[in-house]
Design a binder for this molecule. Structure first.
Ligand code: NOJ
Length: 570
């Protein structure tokens, strides 16, 4: 890690998920004009960059991560004119804009796939991954291998017309592109990247950035989830043989020609691979998202089998995401929420009451504001939005991932009764980690539907909008929103320490409190965070502490539950 200031290292990035941000025309869906109407709010928060999740034209089987046209806008979100206005509205406020780059797969409605599936000898046949079936001893047709989809079941989809399977690691309507085909790669670069760079955008969040290079042997994956016919394909599909070559090519052919940032969603990889992805000299991506923190407590290959975690594991996860850049020219990210994750106070704090939820949110704000790397905040995080109520039925959930996992679970265990203890445990996991917790509409005020829409919202607004909303927080100096603004300012005012400093944990074995220092060029900060429901005596491990920020009005010799403090060491 080097202290070479760069706009994208210093930046605080705010993620907007268009369906749920703000509806401007009463059709129940968030839209680009809704976002434009909130740009001053976003700026005021302390945001330097907006990451806009997919707004491209799409059948929306996976909320826009199934793109049918990279160069058009989903009509419910608006038009290209609105998009131009958004780019201009961001830039005129000094905000940069990055888009989501979804190029591991397209929608099956994309023209490329329609051509590819039209015949065995279509020139674009090889732009996707087609394989012949296998047959079992009884002559039953089977997929080419045992890879499972991230959304349950097989990763292969049968095409009746051409009598072959195509690979789709996600939904049946999200066929994987064949990155082995150079013509296809060049078409991706021109259509999905250059087009938008020329329109003036400032970079991309790269979706599933580790999945493009599949091991071409397409071998069966090892058994990770016993009892399941289909198994996670990571070994053969993640961080595969040509992945770094592909990223280098994309950088040299396109990204390097612009003053752009890229952040790749990688999730899991060896630290050796991580350095290849983001070391400056490798010329691949600016930074990546690793999932050590957000996957805590989940079971490999079986997300809804939630087994819990302890604070030591949390500390390890924070360290793992940060430490690999030490002494290198690589860069890291800081994030705890996004559109695929539960809300942070519910997941990592105590959201049982509004009071403890708000305090947890502020504690998490201090954690985020003091960690090294580029900081990402997800819409609603800044007001302490939390998970959907446990009482909600699965019918309220919209996300293909949870719905498919639910149906698969019910079928696998022959569940007929909603009170079956196995199903209750499964629903507890949904309550903890489902993606929809992040996807319910932003709560702007206490009017119906939280002021998100004047129509019927596409997804139910969290019942707690009367207590948690922007309007009630904006002029309240003690609100989560005001605290986030302060924490983000603190981060910028001491950017060497917090954005670039060295991170060292002081109390690894403590199961309740997380204490660490940040240090750079002879200056030092001391951060103590009580991640528990208990009051704990504050026993500083350093001398000469001067309080910089805290989530309580008065600090005493005790750390109250979910209390956090940041000190400078003088
Ligand atoms: C990762 C995205 O964050 C997620 O929302 C999506 O379902 C998959 N990639 C597939 O594109």
């Amino acid at each position: 890690m080097t202290k070479d200031y760069t706009w994208w290292k210093d930046a605080t990035i705010y993620q907007i998920w268009p369906a749920s941000y703000k509806d401007s025309n009463g059709d129940g869906f968030g839209d680009l004009q809704g976002i434009i109407s909130k740009l001053d709010y976003v700026k005021d928060l302390g945001t330097d960059v907006i990451w806009l999740s997919p707004m491209y034209d799409s059948p929306q089987d996976d909320m826009g991560y199934d793109i049918s046209n990279y160069q058009d806008i989903y009509p419910k979100y608006g038009t290209m004119k609105d998009m131009d206005q958004l780019i201009e509205g961001c830039h005129s406020r000094g905000i940069k804009l990055i888009l989501d780059l979804v190029i591991n797969h397209t929608s099956s409605e994309h023209e490329w796939f329609k051509e590819s599936r039209s015949s065995l000898d279509n020139p674009k046949r090889d732009w996707y991954i087609w394989k012949k079936p296998k047959y079992d001893a009884d002559g039953n047709r089977k997929p080419p291998n045992n890879w499972c989809s991230y959304f349950s079941g097989s990763a292969w989809e049968w095409d009746e017309k051409t009598q072959e399977y195509y690979l789709r690691l996600f939904a049946p309507t999200q066929p994987d592109l064949n990155w082995e085909n150079e013509e296809c790669r060049n078409a991706i670069y021109d259509t999905a990247l250059k087009f938008w760079f020329e329109k003036g955008i400032d970079g991309f969040r790269i979706d599933t950035a580790g999945l493009y290079s599949k091991d071409q042997r397409f071998l069966d994956a090892p058994i990770v989830v016993p009892g399941n016919e289909f198994q996670p394909s990571y070994k053969y599909s993640s961080n595969g043989p040509r992945i770094h070559e592909f990223h280098k090519e994309m950088f040299s052919k396109v990204t390097s020609h612009y003053d752009a940032m890229t952040v790749g969603e990688v999730g899991d990889c060896s630290r050796e691979d991580a350095l290849k992805y983001v070391s400056a000299k490798e010329k691949e991506m600016s930074m990546i998202f690793l999932f050590d923190i957000v996957m805590l407590g989940t079971t490999e290959g079986d997300k809804y089998n939630f087994v819990g975690y302890d604070l030591k594991q949390f500390k390890d996860a924070v360290k793992n995401q940060a430490d690999f850049i030490k002494g290198t020219d690589a860069w890291s990210t800081v994030f705890i929420e996004n559109h695929d994750q539960a809300r942070s106070p519910s997941r990592f704090g105590n959201a049982k009451t509004i009071k403890s939820s708000f305090k947890s949110s502020k504690l998490i704000a201090l954690l985020q504001a003091t960690l090294t790397g580029t900081l990402f905040i997800y819409q609603g995080q800044e007001i302490g939005m939390n998970n959907l109520p446990r009482s909600w039925d699965i019918k309220e959930y919209k996300d293909i991932e949870s719905i498919n996992a639910y149906n698969e679970f019910v079928a696998k265990h022959n569940i007929t009764d909603k009170n079956d203890p196995k199903l209750i445990k499964f629903m507890d996991a949904v309550d903890t980690v489902a993606r929809d917790h992040a996807r319910s509409p932003v709560q702007w005020d206490s009017t119906e539907h939280g002021g998100f829409t004047t129509g019927d919202p596409w997804m139910r607004v969290n019942d707690n909008y009367p207590e948690i909303n922007v309007e009630s927080q904006i002029n309240d100096a003690n609100s989560v929103l005001s605290f986030y603004k302060r924490a983000l300012k603190m981060r910028k005012n001491h950017k060497d320490l917090f954005i670039y400093g060295q991170f060292e944990i002081l109390d690894y074995d403590n199961e309740k409190v997380f204490t660490y220092v940040k240090e750079i060029d002879g200056t030092k900060a001391y951060i103590v965070l009580n991640f528990s429901d208990e009051t704990i005596k504050f026993e500083p491990l350093e001398k000469n502490l001067k309080l910089l920020e805290a989530n309580v009005d008065n600090v005493t010799e005790n750390l109250t539950p979910w209390e956090g403090r940041v000190y400078l060491v003088e």
